[in-house]
Design a protein around this ligand. Structure first.
Ligand SMILES: [Zn+2]
Length: 146
């Protein structure tokens, strides 16, 4: 079977529609199923991969993501990149008694992922719909802002 690849905007639109309807989804796999079903309304050949959908979902302004993670066994270099969304990680520091600071771990600037120096490995996600900040608070249907 042939597949077509939807644009980020199309995935986001499908995601927004799904989240408005279901309010919350407790797994990425389930979310993907719902989003694909929605995408297929526009094009029966549309699909979206887990990694791509995860990156779009965790940074979407209308989704509150909870990341469940387990502690990795050893220190691992994250190379400054978030394992969830691929964006840049920021060091989290603590000031020491001696006026310096030590790195405690990292947190993502774009999504809720954080980790100590022993890497937290994401294992599960929970997605909740949240209201988007809108410029005017009327009941007009939303338009694409492009
Ligand atoms: Zn991230």
């Amino acid at each position: 079977m042939a597949y077509s690849i939807p644009s980020d905007q199309e995935v986001e639109d499908a995601l927004r529609y799904v989240m408005r309807r279901v309010k919350g989804v407790n797994s990425l796999r389930k979310l993907r199923k719902l989003v694909i079903k929605e995408l297929k309304n526009s094009d029966p050949q549309y699909t979206v991969g887990m990694d791509r959908l995860r990156k779009i979902a965790v940074t979407a302004p209308f989704i509150q993501t909870e990341i469940y993670a387990v502690q990795g066994k050893k220190k691992k270099d994250l190379k400054g990149k978030c394992p969830v969304c691929g964006n840049r990680l920021e060091k989290t520091r603590n000031e020491t008694l001696f006026g310096g600071s030590v790195t405690l771990g990292y947190k993502c600037k774009e999504c809720p992922y954080w980790t100590t120096l022993k890497r937290r490995i994401p294992i599960r996600y929970n997605f909740e719909h949240k209201a988007e900040e809108k410029k005017d608070e009327d009941s007009e249907p939303e338009r694409d802002n492009d």
